[in-house]
Structure formats: C-alpha cells, structure tokens
Design a binder for this molecule. Structure first.
Ligand SMILES: [Zn+2]
Ligand SMILES: [Zn+2]
Length: 424
C-alpha cells in the first residue's frame, strides 16, 4: 500500500478532538482581543518568502518546498504565515483607513526539516498578526494575547524570553561589530563562515554547538540600540510588569528570520528540547516595504500547534463531551424500524449511530462500547411485537422498555441526567 510522505503525518481521532479544542480556545481568545480570521492560499510565489524571510536563513536556503509550476514560475508551499498575511493585507487594501488591524489565521506550514519528535514537514501554526501601529503598547498587548491563549489551554509551566533586535539603523551598527568579532574566529561551521560576510546576524541562530560556544563572547545588540529603540523596549517591559507577566530579558535571543525589528520573543515550555519554543514572534516594521508595499509597521506571533499538543496535559483535553446513542437492530424488520428511529433521534440533536451489518447482539453491543456510546437502544422481534424498545444505559447496564414513540424524549431525558451528573 502507498505510504504517507516522510515527515507528514495523519492526525487521527480521538487526537483530532484535542486539536479542535485548542483551535476553539484560540479563536475565542482572539475574538476577545479584536482579531478576525483571514484564510490564505498555501502556495505563494517563491520570491515572497525569499525576500521576507531572507536568502541566508536556513528556511529559505535549505527547507522550502519550491517547485516550478506548469508555466515555469517558481512557487513555494508556505514555510510560515506572516509574509502571506502581509501580502494579503496590502493586496486587498486592508491597511487603508489608519489604526490597528488585527488578523489571525490557522493552518499548515511546510518545511523540509529532519523529522523528529514534535517536528514535522507539514506542521500547524496558530498565527496572530497586528498592523498599522508601531506603539509599544501593541507589542505588550500581542504578548498578553499569546500568553492568554496558552494559559487558557492550561499549558502549565512556561517561560517568556524577550529581546529587542533594534531598527535597521541599530542593526547596521551591530552587524558591523559582529562581523568584526567573527572575522578573527576559527572553527565556525561552513555556513557561518559564509554568513559572517553575507549576513552576520544569521550566525547568531546557528544550531552548531561549536558556533554557539564561539558566540558566547560576541557583542550583543542591546549595546547598539538607538535611543528610540531602547525607549520602545523599556516601555514594552514596563507594561509587561504592570500586567504581572514574568519575562526573562534575553539579550542574545534572535529569531530564525531576517525581517524582525525591535521586540522579539519566544515562549518555551519544559518537555520540549531546548531549541523548541512552543511559540515565538516579534515586530517586523520594515517588512512591508521590503516586499514593495507601503510603510506598514506590524508584529505577530506563531504558536507551533504540533509542539503545543505534545506538552499540553492529555487528561484535561479533548474529553469527548458528546452523548452518543447506538441502535442495535436484530433482524430485517427491526432494522427498518431502527432506520426511522435513527433519523428521528438525530432530528432531536442526539448523536446516534447504528451498524448496518446485521451482526449479532454481542457484536453490536461491543461496537457501541468501542464508540463510547452512553446509551444503547435494542430492537428485536420481541420488541417489535410489544411496540417497545429496550433502552440500556451502558454505565450501569440498567435496561428498561420504552414505547417507540417515547424513545426520543426518554433518551433526551437520560442525556440531560447524565451530563448533569458528570458536570458535578
Ligand atoms: Zn534603533
Ligand atoms: Zn554555524
């Protein structure tokens, strides 16, 4: 049988119930903060990512799924969402009219990385992006929003790491200082030897242990922030303290994308490898112009949904709250009766199933059990003659006959009773 592609996985029930729950909570919190959903194509022109994320980044140089379409144009399966959101905002004029614009999007991203625990080549992100304002209050609000989502999802222990990457002016000065530092260092990996002249900032997020060791003494951007950037960062931190957010000021934090300016942050959680943030983001004030658009400041974050689901407590999530009913038909005549009842129960908003395979009572009951049915309705020849169905509560095995026309009302009553009891 043909198999799925390496690094691409199927998400199966009942796990999908946890995914739905995470997405539902995220949508609710986004709405509280005034974010509305945007849905985007998975394919974009390769240029969009090369110009935004940066040609020297690992993502663009090694990890993108790019291919020519039938007319020879290079297309790429999106490796992240921010560039696409920004493209869509400008292309559709959503940036017009001033003020802050807030959007969120959920969906798969694609990167050709080495598959490992919690890392897939098709992975899922929850993205929030806000445009139009460069005020530090927006940075603080975006971080509060992110933490709000993660807290409501009951991600217990987590750490917020934060830094400022400065404006292009700060970055030019810092890059020069970093380049000078790197030029005399021996033992950098092959990539970094190249990067130190093409884009020294990228050396900072090299994953090689060797390079990390060398960088311990490297200059930090904090020492090169201009007065405006320093004040912006100080205000973000002040607001975080005001709202009781514990953060760790990390002068060496960088992100794996070129477009970040000023505030950059990550949320890490125990249970994932050191490099595996559960969420990250930052400000990208120059990105729109880099893509040929108008001046449009913005910032955002991405939650790695696959990794998040790895670390969320399993027992708290995806409890299937649905009350399920299963119809057991014994014989052809009973099956006809059950078919009618099946639709009747669904009309009454009762999740109901039956098996059409004419199997034995035992086989059908065990299937009901596998499906997690709370209530089983049994109809055989005897029941047809009496005009009553046997209704069995699976939890207690208590069974009683109920006239056919009273079955929907009786099951509804049972459902209310059961849900009330389990809610206590
Ligand atoms: Zn600056
Ligand atoms: Zn390196």
């Amino acid at each position: 049988m043909i198999k799925a592609i390496r690094g691409m996985r199927d998400l199966l029930p009942p796990e999908t119930a946890r995914w739905q729950w995470v997405e539902q909570v995220a949508r609710e919190v986004f709405a509280l903060y005034g974010y509305r959903e945007i849905r985007l194509p998975l394919l974009e022109r390769t240029e969009l990512f090369a110009r935004s994320i940066g040609a020297d980044t690992d993502i663009v140089s090694k990890e993108m799924y790019s291919f020519p379409d039938r007319k020879g144009e290079s297309l790429t399966l999106r490796p992240e969402a921010t560039a696409s959101v920004l493209r869509a905002v400008v292309e559709n004029g959503l940036d017009k009219g001033g003020g802050v614009k807030k959007l969120y999007t959920l969906g798969p991203m694609f990167r050709y990385e080495r598959p490992q625990k919690g890392r897939y080549r098709q992975f899922y992100q929850i993205n929030g992006e806000a445009f139009g304002v460069d005020a530090p209050e927006l940075d603080a609000e975006v971080i509060l929003l992110l933490l709000d989502i993660l807290q409501r999802l009951q991600l217990g222990e987590m750490r917020l790491l934060i830094n400022s990457l400065g404006c292009p002016e700060c970055q030019v000065k810092f890059k020069a200082a970093l380049g000078l530092f790197l030029i005399s260092r021996e033992g950098l990996c092959e990539d970094c030897q190249r990067r130190r002249t093409t884009n020294a900032l990228r050396v900072l997020d090299c994953k090689s242990v060797h390079c990390k060791e060398i960088l311990k003494d490297a200059p930090v951007i904090r020492d090169y922030l201009c007065a405006d950037c320093a004040a912006h960062f100080a205000r973000v931190l002040e607001l975080l303290r005001r709202f009781g957010v514990a953060y760790e000021d990390q002068p060496r934090l960088v992100r794996g994308l070129d477009y970040y300016t000023r505030t950059a942050f990550e949320v890490v959680a125990p249970g994932l490898g050191a490099q595996d943030a559960v969420a990250g983001g930052g400000r990208y004030d120059g990105l729109s112009q880099q893509l040929g658009g108008p001046a449009l400041p913005g910032l955002g974050f991405a939650i790695g949904q696959d990794r998040l689901l790895e670390v969320l407590p399993r027992e708290l999530l995806g409890r299937d709250r649905e009350y399920k009913v299963f119809l057991v038909a014994l014989g052809e005549a009973a099956k006809e009766k059950c078919l009618n009842l099946l639709q009747k129960l669904r009309e009454n908003n009762l999740a109901t199933e039956m098996d059409f395979g004419n199997r034995s009572l035992k086989a059908q009951i065990s299937q009901a059990d596998r499906l997690g049915a709370a209530c089983v309705i049994i109809i055989g020849e005897m029941e047809l003659k009496d005009g009553k169905a046997q209704i069995r509560e699976m939890a207690t095995a208590y069974q009683q006959p109920v006239p056919f026309n009273e079955v929907p009302d009786h099951v509804k009553w049972l459902k209310d009773k059961t849900l009330a009891e389990t809610n206590v």
